[in-house]
Design a protein around this ligand. Structure first.
Ligand SMILES: [Zn+2]
Length: 250
């Protein structure tokens, strides 16, 4: 599944901070029904990544069930999933929907109401590639300026947190422009690497995705020469040439 660069820009700093900053971890959990279990809770990011398919780049991103057809799982995914183990050894999950400022809930969609259904579905019976856990909650992470637009949907989430509140409490999380830039570069690199993996015997990716990758290159290359070199490498599925371009110039 593909993930917009804008969404990644807002989700990845939070996921990364959960890993490195115990104070941030406690603070995020203190916004949820797990507040009392926040102290001493360990984030199981390494275990989560190990449980995923080998091609997964992130422990937290885009978790979904391949099998369950309940209204919480069918056609739905969690943007950010974090599973914790509390001091007593019990595991619980936080499902986060990340809405970047330009994003909306579909007018007659079921995305928001699917969140708590999916959280309950997985607690006690997690999908194959998700660590087992016995309890779960949900959160909407979005821009303060859009709260009014999300009025109808936000009640489905266990808690709501805004980017502004996060930045106010922990200025480092969204404080660095470079964080966003790196996240965007990683998204592009990730999409492109998928193309090359096709040439290494993995299932082929659809043509539209190759086209999408080309559009990303066209958008992000800073010179015509870079763009031409990247397109040539992409067409030829020449990974070594491409790696150099993606990681050094885009
Ligand atoms: Zn389900």
């Amino acid at each position: 599944m593909n993930y917009g660069a804008s969404e990644l820009k807002y989700a990845k700093p939070v996921a990364d901070e959960l890993v490195v900053n115990p104070e941030f971890r406690r603070w995020v959990l203190s916004q949820t029904k797990f507040a009392a279990r926040a102290v001493g809770a360990r984030l199981l990011h390494e275990e989560m990544l190990r449980a995923r398919s080998k091609t997964a780049k992130f422990w937290w991103r885009s978790h979904y069930s391949e099998k369950c057809t309940c209204p919480g799982c069918r056609g739905q995914e969690a943007d950010l999933l974090a599973i914790f183990e509390d001091a007593a050894g019990e595991r619980f999950a936080l499902h986060v929907e990340v809405k970047h400022p330009g994003d909306s809930f579909k007018v007659d969609g079921h995305q928001a109401e699917a969140y708590p259904i999916r959280a309950r579905c997985w607690a006690g019976d997690a999908p194959e590639k998700v660590l087992g856990h016995s309890d779960a909650t949900t959160m909407l992470l979005c821009s303060a300026s859009r709260l009014g637009d999300y009025e109808q949907h936000r009640g489905h989430f266990g808690s709501v947190l805004t980017f502004e509140t996060v930045a106010g409490q922990f200025p480092g999380v969204y404080g660095h422009g470079e964080v966003a830039e790196i996240a965007e570069r990683e998204t592009i690199a990730g999409s492109l690497i998928e193309v090359f993996d096709t040439s290494q015997g993995l299932p082929p990716i659809p043509e539209w995705q190759v086209e999408f990758n080309k559009q990303m290159i066209a958008h992000h290359c800073t010179s015509e020469a870079q763009k031409a070199a990247a397109m040539k490498a992409l067409d030829a599925r020449d990974r070594s040439a491409f790696d150099a371009i993606v990681y050094t110039t885009i």
